[in-house]
Design a protein around this ligand. Structure first.
Ligand code: NAI
Length: 346
């Protein structure tokens, strides 16, 4: 273990995932070792590999490992369509009450549609319309004539995520939190969220500014003038959509990391999928999972290593001009990883 001087070894669960997961995770483990990251990995199965071994995409051993380490780095998992398996990502959120989904969008690759983007979206991860209280009402011979879905937001859940966003802003030197809602139409479901936002904001007056936006106006402004946003906090469904919009501003899902934070565990992940079209070809871009491991370093208090890692990724892409195919280059995953390791000692 190549630990930084004075740092403690921290056990963390590692789920390589499906498709390109093992390729990008191998690259990440090598880079983190060269960086001197303090993690000792407990490798566990998830997704298709776990179904083959145990007939469960989220086996008990994997859950037990996360219960013990309370910390995990997770590659993309293929969700089989049909077959009765629930999404592993949703199961993990529920199991560990991962109420905060943190999705930073920072420009790392210049020449995209927008330059100098630096926005963090914090999404409520458990409540809202994603509780999926859904049913059909049959009419005549159509069993699906009417579809009904109920969302659930609680004051406790809303205040918790909004407080998380303000604390995040304080810790990370941010200036403003924007509460995004649809309180003009969904007056109860998202009106409660706005009400909680206004209440929590009072505790941060003079330190962090607060404003609010209706989700449709926010989507338009993110396209017209994204620089007006700093930290955004919003409900589950709006957060799901806007966080991918934000990833699009900085070059797509291949460059965007995600963190799922709860009281009993924190799980860091690439936000793209398992990319079956390029799996096994050695061409996948590991930046998303690498940036996720940077968020994990921040989470365990190693901001120094997180910054060094981001600096090396930036230098590899923008100074050494080593890029994978999706970034317009020709490097394979291994070559790209070696270039980052080279930058770490440059
Ligand atoms: P995808 O993100 O896997 O792929 C979309 C496109 O982006 C493909 O052309 C792919 O080659 C490319 N791409 C994605 N990541 C890349 C990377 N790191 N480097 C280079 N190119 C990359 O989305 P898709 O095809 O819709 O989903 C495939 C599978 O992944 C599905 O089973 C889906 O359920 C799962 N998935 C899992 C997620 C997770 O575990 N967090 C998130 C999204 C999808």
């Amino acid at each position: 273990m190549n630990s930084a001087p004075g740092s403690q070894t921290i056990e963390a669960t590692l789920i390589a995932g499906d498709g390109i997961g093992p390729e990008i995770m191998d690259a990440t483990v090598d880079i983190l070792a060269a960086l001197g990251a303090p993690f000792r990995w407990d490798r566990q199965l998830g997704g298709l590999a776990a179904i083959e071994a145990t007939n469960d995409p989220l086996p008990k051993d994997t859950l037990d490992s996360i219960r013990r380490t309370r910390l995990a780095l997770k590659g993309p998992l293929t969700t089989p369509i049909g077959g009765g398996f629930r999404s592993v990502n949703v199961r993990l959120r529920e199991e560990f009450h991962l109420y905060a989904n943190v999705r930073p969008a920072r420009t790392i690759l210049p020449g995209q549609r927008y330059e100098d983007i630096d926005i963090v979206l914090i999404r409520e991860n458990i409540e809202g319309l994603y509780v999926a209280f859904e049913h059909y009402i049959p009419v005549g011979d159509d069993p699906h004539a009417v579809a009904i879905s109920s969302g659930v937001n609680t004051r406790g859940g809303a205040e918790r995520i909004i407080r998380y966003a303000f604390e995040y802003a304080l810790k990370n030197g941010r200036k403003k939190v924007t509460v995004v809602h649809k309180a003009n139409v969904l007056k109860a479901l998202t009106g409660l969220f706005l009400e909680a936002g206004r209440a929590v904001a009072k505790d941060y007056e003079g330190r962090i500014a607060m404003d609010d936006r209706i989700v449709d106006a926010c989507a338009m402004q993110l396209v017209l003038n994204p620089w007006q946003y700093d930290v955004i906090v919003t409900t589950n469904l709006f957060g799901d959509i806007l966080s991918d919009l934000l990833a699009g501003l900085v070059g797509g899902l291949g460059l965007a990391p995600g963190a799922n934070i709860g009281e009993s565990a924190a799980i860091f992940e690439a936000v793209h999928g398992s990319a079956p079209d390029i799996a096994g070809k050695g061409v996948a871009n590991p930046v998303s999972i690498l940036l996720a491991s940077g968020l994990m370093l921040e989470h365990v208090g190693r901001l120094d290593l997180a910054q060094k890692l981001r600096g090396a990724i930036d230098a590899t892409i923008n100074k050494a001009n080593v890029r994978t195919g999706d970034m317009g280059g020709s490097a394979g995953t291994r070559e790209f990883a070696q270039a980052i390791i080279g930058q770490l000692s440059a």
